[in-house]
Design a binder for this molecule. Structure first.
Ligand code: THG
Length: 377
C-alpha cells in the first residue's frame, strides 16, 4: 500500500468539513463508516505535542449518528445498549457498548438522550444503523431509525474552553463532562457536548446542517488564531496514553466487553434485559479466556508496527498487539495487547515479535499509562 493513494468515489463520503481539512495540511486519511477520517497532519509527534499545549479542530464527522425517534425510541435504546439507559437523562452522554446476542461487541458508541422520545448513538466504525433498523422492524416497534445530517466537529486541547467561550459565549463553560446543551449558530441550534476522543479536554459540536460546515469551521478558525489553533485529528499516541480503545483495532466482533475491560460501562446486575445479557452473564460465570492488557515494549523509537504483532512467553504465543506507538512523554513504546487469560497479569515479562526482531516487553493494566505519563511530567 505504501505510496498508493485512496481513489475517490461516491462510496468514500466527504464530510461538511472536507473542503477545509484538505487545505489545512492533512497528510493521511483512513476510512471510517465509509467516510474520510484524517489521521495525520504534520506528523504524529508534532500533532501530539501541539494537541497537548494548544487547541485543535478535528473533523470527526465519521462519528455518524444513529437516530432513534418515536414512541418506542427509549425501549429500543435500552434493548440494544449493554449499559443501563433506563434512567438516561436528557442532555447527558453515555458511553454505551452494543453487543449482539452472543455478547460480542458490535459497536461502542456514545449515546445521547435528546428528548423523551429521541436518542442519538454516536457510533464507532461499524454499520450499526442496519442492526438497529433490523431490530425495530423485527419487533414492529413504533420508532424511526435513520442517519440524520449530523456531523461532529471536535475542539480539543487545553485551550478549547477559552476558544469555545469566544465563539459561543461564556455559558459554554458551565457544560459539564459528558453533558450537552444547545447553542445558537447562524440561526440554528447546535448541540454541543463536553466530550471528545482525547484526555486534553474539549467539546464536540454536533453540526446539523452540512451547508454550514465551512462557515462553522471558519468562525472557529478565526477566533482560534490567538490560541494557535491547528487542524488535527484523534492522535494515536495521545489516545493510547489515555487508554482510549479503538473499535476495529483493540476490539471487534471476536471480543466481549468483559474481555476488553469495559465491564464498568455495562449493566449485568440491573433489571434491564438487553441483547447479549444472558451470554455475558454466562461468560462472567465461566470466566473469560482472554483479556486486553497494556503493553510496554523495549527500545527507543519504534518503527511503524504491522499489527498484529505476536506476543510470546518462552517462544510460545500468548496473544497479539492490537495497537502500539512510541510515546515521547512516556519515553517508551506503549500499546494494547489481547492476551490469553492465564497470562494476563500486570508485570508479566513477555516478548513481542516486531519487524525489527524480538523485543522484550512487559504487561500492565490499560489505565496505567496515563498515571505513569502524568507522574513523569
Ligand atoms: N465522540 C463521539 N462519538 C464517538 C467517539 C467520540 N463514537 C465512536 C468512539 N468515539 C466511541 N468511543 C469512545 C470511547 C471512550 C470515550 C468516548 C468515546 C470517552 N471515555 C471517557 C474516558 O475514558 O475517560 C469516559 C466515558 C464515561 O465516563 O462515560 O470519552 O469520541 N461523539
Amino acid at each position: 500500500m505504501a505510496g498508493a493513494m485512496l481513489f475517490p468515489s461516491r462510496r468514500l463520503r466527504a464530510t461538511p468539513f472536507t473542503a477545509r481539512v484538505s487545505t489545512s495540511g492533512v497528510s493521511g486519511y483512513t476510512v471510517y463508516n465509509h467516510m474520510l477520517l484524517p489521521t495525520v497532519f504534520e506528523d504524529l509527534q508534532a500533532d501530539y505535542k501541539h494537541l497537548k499545549e494548544n487547541v485543535q479542530i478535528w473533523d470527526v464527522s465519521v462519528e455518524r449518528q444513529v437516530q432513534l425517534l418515536g414512541k418506542d425510541a427509549h425501549k429500543l435504546a435500552c434493548l440494544i445498549s449493554a449499559r443501563d439507559l433506563t434512567n438516561a437523562q436528557i442532555g447527558r452522554c453515555y458511553y454505551a457498548p452494543i453487543c449482539d446476542q452472543s455478547g460480542a461487541i458490535i459497536n461502542d458508541p456514545i449515546a445521547l438522550r435528546l428528548a423523551e422520545d429521541k436518542y442519538w448513538f454516536s457510533i464507532a466504525d461499524s454499520d450499526l444503523l442496519l442492526w438497529v433498523q433490523g431490530i425495530a422492524l423485527g419487533l414492529d416497534l413504533n420508532v424511526e431509525v435513520c442517519e440524520p445530517d449530523v456531523s461532529p466537529l471536535a475542539i480539543q486541547g487545553p485551550l478549547a474552553e477559552d476558544l469555545m467561550a469566544d465563539v459561543f459565549g461564556e455559558e459554554i463553560r458551565n457544560v459539564k463532562f459528558f453533558h450537552f446543551k444547545e447553542f445558537p449558530f447562524k440561526g440554528r441550534m447546535l448541540n454541543i457536548a463536553r466530550s471528545g476522543w482525547s484526555k486534553q479536554g474539549g467539546f464536540e459540536i454536533y453540526l446539523n446542517d452540512t451547508q454550514l460546515g465551512t462557515e462553522l469551521w471558519d468562525a472557529i478558525w478565526e477566533k482560534g488564531k490567538k490560541y494557535n489553533i491547528r487542524a488535527g485529528c484523534p492522535n494515536l499516541i495521545e489516545r493510547i496514553e489515555a487508554g482510549l480503545l479503538s473499535y476495529g483495532n483493540d476490539m471487534n466482533r471476536e471480543d466481549t466487553p468483559l474481555e476488553i475491560g469495559l465491564e464498568k460501562y455495562i449493566s449485568l446486575d440491573s433489571d434491564v434485559d438487553f441483547i447479549g445479557k444472558q451470554a455475558l452473564l454466562k461468560q462472567r460465570e465461566d470466566g473469560i479466556k482472554k483479556r486486553l492488557m497494556g503493553v510496554v515494549i523495549d527500545g527507543s523509537e519504534m518503527p511503524p508496527l504491522t499489527m498484529p504483532e505476536e506476543v510470546l512467553i518462552g517462544g510460545k504465543n500468548i496473544g497479539f498487539v492490537t495497537s502500539a506507538v512510541y510515546s515521547p512523554d512516556y519515553n517508551g513504546n506503549i500499546g494494547f495487547a489481547m492476551i490469553e487469560a492465564s497470562n494476563a497479569n500486570a508485570d508479566t515479562e513477555v516478548s513481542v515479535e516486531s519487524k525489527t526482531g524480538i523485543r522484550k516487553a512487559r504487561l500492565c493494566e490499560i489505565g496505567d499509562f496515563w498515571t505513569q505519563v502524568q507522574s513523569k511530567n
